[in-house]
Design a protein around this ligand. Structure first.
Ligand code: FPP
Ligand code: MG
Length: 334
């Protein structure tokens, strides 16, 4: 594909998924099937959850990685839907932990049904997914899914444990986002490879690609919490600050701005339920010292690593689509 066409293809997800549209439609159908249940509450909340389509990056990664090896079977659809369901289950739990009232432009599940029902529904979706993965003719898949689920929980736990801790280092932050976010990206890529009978070396390349892409994705997520537009994002901004989560822009500020601003931030963050005014004051400091630029550069670094990693595979339309995702992730506004 010529350069101009490739660039256009990378501008939005519809173009980017163009070559796998049929498969992605099948994944959507499968997700709707998952929402069906004789239990009224499960059916109602699942339908609510899957009505607003997310970016579907994780299923697309699985599909594209399987096709990199010319996979001709059908399991990639089912497993992609399972990966998206794990993601959904993790988000509804995350919204309780983060006190987030909105997701994808609509009320979060816990804001609508309360935390008790939400915890149970997340557990239900998660355990259903693992149960369904047992049907796979690739036994390794179950191991991958359970391993990364444990890593996601570990990442989320560490993040919560370190919230409000101004001494959190960049490496702690990177470790947290590697676990809570990048592990699911890398699992999606690895499972694609498993389906395509990739060699161990090829599987490792896919894991590495997904990991770097996922880290870049989460750094941008945390940057958008400072710079994004609430309406476009479909979720609140400055929410990390208000919940005391110390993400990269703030870590950079705390370590590189002067002592006076560090002290000011520490004072402001002492208040639980940070007022809008205090949030704005911290935002001004973060904006003034190059922290936002630094954060973007870090995301770029990981995005570049993922691009270089995927370039190790021979050229194909699917490799080209995968190679466009790192740029999409960097430039996204939501
Ligand atoms: C979003 O981060 C949260 C995650 C990427 C992971 C959440 C993981 C868990 C809650 C562990 C439970 C896992 C399973 C498998 C049930 P964020 O809060 O930075 O992003 P946001 O702004 O979109 O909320
Ligand atoms: Mg959150």
């Amino acid at each position: 594909m010529v350069r101009a066409q490739l660039q256009k293809k990378g501008q939005n997800l519809k173009d980017l998924y163009g070559d796998i549209k049929k498969d992605m439609d099948e994944v959507e159908k499968e997700l709707r099937l998952f929402s069906q249940s004789p239990n009224k509450l499960i059916a109602e909340i699942s339908t609510y959850l899957f009505q607003k389509s997310g970016k579907r990056i994780r299923p697309a990664l699985l599909v594209l990685c399987s096709k990199l090896f010319d996979y001709k079977g059908k399991e990639h659809i089912h497993l992609s839907a399972l990966i998206e369901t794990i993601h959904t289950a993790s988000l509804i739990h995350d919204d309780i932990i983060d006190n987030s009232e909105f997701r994808r432009g609509i009320e979060s599940v816990h804001a609508k049904w309360g935390p008790n029902i939400t915890v149970l529904l997340g557990d239900y979706l998660y355990i259903k997914t693992i149960g369904l993965s047992l049907q796979s003719s690739y036994p390794q898949v179950v191991q991958i899914l359970t391993d990364i689920s444990a890593r996601m929980i570990e990442g989320e736990l560490n993040e919560y444990y370190l919230s409000g801790n101004l001494n959190v280092a960049e490496k702690d932050y990177l470790d947290i986002i590697d676990k809570k976010t990048a592990s699911l990206f890398s699992a999606a890529c690895q499972i694609g490879g498993v389906l395509g009978n990739a060699t161990k070396r090829e599987e490792n390349i896919l894991i590495d690609f997904g990991r770097n892409l996922g880290i870049s994705f989460q750094i941008i997520d945390d940057l958008l919490d400072f710079t994004g537009d609430e309406k476009t994002l479909g979720k609140p901004v400055l929410s990390d600050l208000s919940e005391g989560r110390i993400t990269l822009p703030l870590i950079y500020t705390l370590n590189n701005d002067g002592k006076a601003n560090r002290k000011r931030i520490a004072e402001l963050l002492k208040n639980k339920d940070l007022e809008k005014d205090a949030q704005e004051k911290i935002l001004d400091i973060v904006k003034s010292n190059g922290a936002l630029e630094y954060t973007y550069q870090k995301a770029e670094e990981f995005s570049l690593k993922s691009k270089r990693t995927i370039a190790q595979f021979p050229k194909s339309i699917h490799r080209d689509s995968l190679a466009l995702l790192p740029d999409f992730v960097l430039k996204r506004k939501k």
